[in-house]
Design a protein around this ligand. Structure first.
Ligand code: PRP
Length: 212
């Protein structure tokens, strides 16, 4: 059996996804230890995990540094990587939304200023509506932008809605539901087909609460 390289997002989603993979028979106990290590090989040498920034998972998989990875649908929609999407893991559920001040009325006589971490998703959303916008590409704390007058609205992820609520903002439009996906490199899917299919099947069983 050839070793599979798996790109895992660092953080809460990665922890959950790893728990599912571990139950599926791909445990690597060292991963739970508190360290700065970024790669982990399982004791049976069936898999090697890479810990990467969530937004970078698709790049590792598209370029073949990782054979498979766990990426949010938001990242897949934003970067449109040339990869296979094998499985919806049903975790990391949230919604991509337009949000703004409560009661915001869009004045079509003016260009709409849109702040976001997802410029392609935002551009596609508004171009499909022939709405002229000015994109303001930020890296985080997006909810601040309309509050301080940097933008009129935001395009961002809403999970519990707490961040919007606590900042006096409302969902104005839902763009698309988001969840985590198991993705695969296209070439690896040919050459490690058996290993990758087995991983996808076992992961699906693990998600359903069945033993590996
Ligand atoms: C994300 C997103 C929202 C928030 C939504 O931010 O950009 O700000 O979570 O979650 P909620 O609906 O449960 O409040 P993240 O925590 O990734 O931080 P960021 O500000 O650095 O983007």
């Amino acid at each position: 059996m050839r070793m599979m390289n798996i790109a895992l997002p660092k953080g809460r989603l990665g922890d959950k996804a790893y728990a599912v993979l571990a139950r599926a028979g791909y445990a690597c106990p060292a991963i739970g230890e508190d360290s700065r290590q970024l790669t982990f090989v399982s004791p049976d040498r069936s898999v090697r995990y890479f810990l990467v920034k969530p937004a970078d998972v698709a790049i590792y998989v598209e370029r073949g540094a990782a054979d498979v990875g766990i990426a949010g649908k938001d990242i897949l929609l934003e970067y449109a990587p040339d990869v296979y999407e094998l499985l919806d893991l049903g975790m990391g559920r949230c919604r991509m939304c337009v949000a703004g001040p409560k009661g915001f009325a869009d004045d079509h006589a003016r260009t709409l200023r849109v702040a976001t971490k997802f410029p392609h998703i935002a551009a596609r959303h508004y171009s499909a509506r022939s709405r002229e916008i000015e994109l303001i590409h930020l890296n985080g704390s997006i909810e601040l932008a309309p509050i301080v007058g940097l933008s009129d609205v935001i395009v961002d992820i809403v999970e519990t809605g707490a961040t919007l609520r606590e900042n006096g903002l409302d969902v104005l439009e839902e763009i698309v539901p988001i969840s985590a996906r198991l993705i695969a490199n296209k070439t690896a899917f040919k050459f490690k087909r058996e290993e990758i299919r087995t991983l996808a099947e076992r992961t699906q069983r693990s998600l359903a609460g069945k033993p590996a």
